[in-house]
Ligand binder design. Structure first.
Ligand SMILES: NC(=O)C1=CN([C@@H]2O[C@H](COP(=O)(O)OP(=O)(O)OC[C@H]3O[C@@H](n4cnc5c(N)ncnc54)[C@H](O)[C@@H]3O)[C@@H](O)[C@H]2O)C=CC1
Ligand SMILES: C[N+](C)(C)CCCC(=O)O
Length: 527
């Protein structure tokens, strides 16, 4: 009798779950053609076992803001231990199926995901604008980069292979490149979808499953990605999203079934992630902050150098980890450089990020805006001169009055020992300093605990490559800046991180090598 009741219960429970899944309208359909100032999201934003799931702990929900208006978009309850466990288990079950497919089969599914994403590029970009505050122009570029990332790793999947190694006596060994298992991705808020793709596309291509935790400030587009992967045909549970902040993140890092954590964010949090992962001897990839130098020699093509300095500082309201925020200009050309850079900075159209002509939107949050404005004040106190910007900005549209806007800032008279030159500001603030010789500028450029990126402008080919060789950073851009691409490795030296994302190099970080040694003769035993 008891068993029958239980069977009935499970049957109805199963039906209910099925119905819930079938009746879910994809998030992007609900958010179709999203605009500023109107969105109120009530949908659950966790995703595991192939469906959106409501977190249980609705009590500790945190508000998520729309940066361009200051409105609350939704309340985000964090996932607790039980939910994290469900997501990880759902990932593990999917991993067992997915890892048995050939690379060609996995690649085909990923290509379909890329196709779907490209078809909905503008709609996804609008959601990113609503949730992040960056301009639609940039958001479209970001989603395009995400599509390319999925396509690139779809193409890499069938190429994964081991090696054959000949040994003495006809014996041989071969290596198998195997997935790690369940990988965790923890993302920052500045490139919400791009970061989710930079982690999940190579992870999935290599045969892993992923549980992804977006930043609680930009939680939405990762869920859209999960729904796209599902529609493209990945097994339920292969890519999951759990929402929450530090506590949820640390539950993920400690979970015994997690093989690897890939993290993007600040250095202090990255250190904590590494410590937690160490307890379970889990692998980590850390993409952390930077304070990257951009070196402009007097023999450069000045107009390109000026444009490069703007690209190095003002994308995504300056909230980019690899930005070249320490701009070293050779003394002879400093006056012309400053005049041109200030003219162009003043001309940057700040305001409604949905408008085509806007070039700078809103910062992510009120505290971030206050922090960045605080850096400008501190710089002035320490002797820097504000050549333009550095003020809160209020757009004329009444809808945007509560948004987190500021005018882009150029600081002159900076010294290497100033806070604005030493610390990551993560806002639209460029610090400019003169230098005299190559040797001197290299020493000053490298005098930092960071080492994410760097840049050099010069027409002297030998000098360009010499400087690139001597800069202690994971990337050096020659005669441009922030020309990142999914096809080239990205990752920091020193305290800017461990491991690489993008490019073929990333395969090393989402697979493990198994060595199989084959005896062709008799066993020569010593015993
Ligand atoms: N270099 C970069 O790429 C980034 C730098 N930052 C810098 O960090 C500052 C703070 O921004 P946050 O978003 O708070 O950065 P954060 O580094 O604290 O957060 C990044 C991610 O880690 C998660 N997290 C936080 N504490 C955790 C923990 N103990 N265990 C596991 N996961 C944890 C967050 O929820 C988020 O998803 C910014 O003002 C900026 O200066 C922020 C984001 C990206
Ligand atoms: C997407 N990319 C490579 C421009 C930057 C990602 C790192 C970051 O700024 O958080």
């Amino acid at each position: 009798m008891h068993a029958r009741l239980l069977r009935h219960f499970f049957f109805f429970f199963f039906l209910r779950q099925k119905f819930l899944k079938m009746s879910q309208q994809p998030l992007l359909q609900l958010l179709h053609n999203a605009s500023l100032g109107s969105l109120e999201l009530k949908e659950p934003l966790n995703f595991w076992c192939g469906a959106r799931v409501q977190a249980r702990s609705a009590g500790n929900a945190e508000p998520v803001y729309e940066p361009a208006t200051g409105r609350v978009l939704c309340d985000l309850p964090p996932c607790g231990a039980e939910e994290v466990d469900q997501a990880v288990r759902s990932a593990h079950a999917a991993y067992l199926k997915w890892s048995r497919l050939s690379g060609m089969e996995r690649g085909r599914v990923l290509l379909e995901a890329a196709r779907i994403m490209r078809e909905r590029l503008v709609d996804i970009a609008k959601v990113e604008v609503v949730n992040n505050g960056k301009t639609l122009t940039e958001a479209k570029g970001n989603i395009h980069m995400a599509v390319q990332g999925i396509e690139y790793f779809a193409g890499i999947a069938p190429t994964l292979a081991g090696q054959h190694i000949q040994m003495p006596g006809g014996c041989f060994a071969y290596t198998r490149r195997e997935p790690l298992g369940v990988c965790v991705g923890i993302g920052a808020w500045n490139f919400p979808l791009v970061l989710a793709v930079m982690k999940s596309a190579p992870a999935l291509a290599c045969g892993n499953a992923m549980v992804y935790k977006p930043s609680p400030m930009a939680p939405i587009t990762a869920v859209i990605l999960a729904e796209i992967y599902k529609e493209a045909g990945v097994p339920d549970g292969l890519f999951n999203v759990v929402q929450g902040g530090a506590e949820t993140g640390s539950l993920l890092c400690h979970h015994p079934m997690v093989a690897k954590v890939s993290f993007t964010g600040s250095v202090p949090t990255g250190k904590k992630v590494m410590e937690m992962a160490a307890k379970g001897v889990k692998q980590v990839t850390l993409e952390l902050g930077g304070k990257s130098p951009l070196i402009i020699f007097k023999d450069c093509e000045l107009e390109n150098a000026v444009k490069g300095a703007l690209m190095a500082n003002f994308l995504t309201q300056g909230q980019v980890c690899c930005n070249g925020t320490r701009v070293y200009v050779q003394r002879d050309i400093l006056p012309q450089f400053l005049e041109e850079v200030v003219k162009r900075t003043k001309a940057i159209a700040v305001g409604d990020p949905m408008l085509d002509g806007t070039r700078m939107g809103a910062l992510i949050s009120r505290p971030q805006l206050d922090k960045v404005l605080g850096f400008v004040k501190e710089a002035q106190k320490q002797g820097a001169r504000v050549l333009c910007g550095g003020e809160p900005f209020v757009p004329s549209d009444p809808k945007l009055k509560g948004g987190y806007f500021m005018s882009p800032c150029v600081l002159d008279n900076c010294r290497d020992d100033m806070t604005c030159v030493k610390e990551e500001i993560f806002g639209p603030v460029m610090s400019v300093m003169p230098f005299d010789t190559e040797e001197e500028v290299l020493q000053r450029a490298n005098n930092t605990t960071f080492g994410l990126a760097s840049g050099v402008f010069t027409r002297d080919v030998a000098r360009a490559h010499r400087v690139a060789e001597n800069l202690q950073a994971g990337t050096c851009f020659i005669n441009n800046y922030n020309t990142n691409s999914v096809v080239v490795p990205f990752g920091g030296y020193k305290m800017s991180g461990i491991g690489k994302e993008n490019g073929q190099a990333v395969i090393e970080y989402y697979t493990q090598l198994k060595t199989v040694v084959v005896e062709m003769g008799d066993v020569q035993s010593l015993f």
